[in-house]
Design a protein around this ligand. Structure first.
Ligand SMILES: [Zn+2]
Length: 312
């Protein structure tokens, strides 16, 4: 599965014909999004700019109420993952189409059937065919000005998703084609300092892993996310160790990418045994892992992540 329409490359967001009376949902500040909207050439639109990271179901209800009766023709998610997740969930509820435009590049969320929404302060990963974009626009115009930390976390996430997605048991020749090509483009972008290639690599990664799922690396990473470590950063060590455990063809290459991005080792406050108990029920990731994983294996992986430096 992939979006009905994909526009990508330089100026793609400028050349796209946006429907009138769209509702733009964004997370950034007026000085940034006004520049973006000018570039896109949208005139007749409504705006919701109070989206925050980790969007909650309450925000969905608030947006529906605020724009009720305004005859909105499409949602435009413009920004990072949270603005796109809001559009996905709203669109599923209202049937109004959605156009997704990533500006941070890494999750590949514009390509997938996944959305993360918080219910009672707990993040929930949801999957639904209705979350697929009606149009996805991937334009490197939005890249300059992205802080280095956000850029490197996104790049690491995209490379982790592409390589875990390649190894996933749910994979098939079609998903492997996208995951492998995505990884090669992302590797070239990072190792040879060609950031303009990141959006395209992340987009291909989204098509690949979005149809095959991520695996052990992502499963291990969530106990670090729960302690506040950014998603892409936690994957640097977690996916490296997972690739080693799985004897993945990407182990050495993924590690080199993380070394180039200069990620520091991870710290876990929670005892390893307790963390393993949190990870074990994550069957969505673990069942698709190419090798069977026991609780002992997880403790060993976590031990390697925090007590040795897997990126050295
Ligand atoms: Zn990810």
């Amino acid at each position: 599965m992939m979006p009905k329409k994909i526009a990508f490359g330089k100026n793609a967001a400028q050349e796209f014909e946006y429907p009138k009376k769209s509702l733009i949902i964004t997370t950034t500040t007026p000085e940034i999004y006004n520049k973006w909207i000018d570039y896109m050439g949208i005139k007749d639109y409504e705006l919701y700019d109070k989206a925050t990271p980790d969007p909650a179901i309450e925000t969905i209800e608030q947006i529906k109420k605020e724009f009720e009766g305004k005859d909105i023709s499409a949602y435009i998610g413009l920004g990072g993952g949270s603005s796109m997740d809001l559009c996905k969930y709203l669109s599923k509820q209202t049937g109004i189409p959605k156009i997704l435009i990533p500006t941070t590049f890494g999750t590949g969320a514009e390509m997938t059937t996944y959305a993360v929404i918080s219910f009672e302060h707990k993040k929930k990963l949801l999957q639904d065919e209705a979350f697929l974009a009606d149009a996805a626009i991937v334009d490197p115009y939005f890249l300059p000005g992205t802080p280095f930390n956000i850029m490197r976390n996104s790049a690491c996430d995209a490379a982790a998703q592409a390589s875990e997605g390649y190894d996933s048991k749910l994979g098939n020749p079609f998903t492997k084609l996208f995951c492998k090509e995505a990884f090669e483009i992302l590797e070239d972008a990072i190792i040879n300092d060609k950031p303009d290639l990141l959006p395209y690599g992340a987009m291909l990664s989204g098509i690949g892993f979005g149809n095959s799922s991520t695996t052990l690396g992502h499963a291990l990473s969530y106990v670090f996310s729960n302690e506040g470590v950014p998603h892409g950063y936690s994957l640097s060590s977690c996916t490296t160790v997972a690739h080693k455990f799985n004897e993945s063809i990407f182990y050495e290459r993924f590690k080199k990418i993380c070394q180039k991005l200069k990620f520091e080792p991870l710290i876990l406050k929670q005892p390893l045994e307790e963390a393993a108990d949190v990870i074990m029920p994550d069957r969505g990731h673990l069942d698709n892992n190419p090798r069977e994983v026991t609780k002992d294996d997880i403790i060993k992986c976590l031990d390697e992540i925090v007590n040795s430096n897997p990126l050295a």
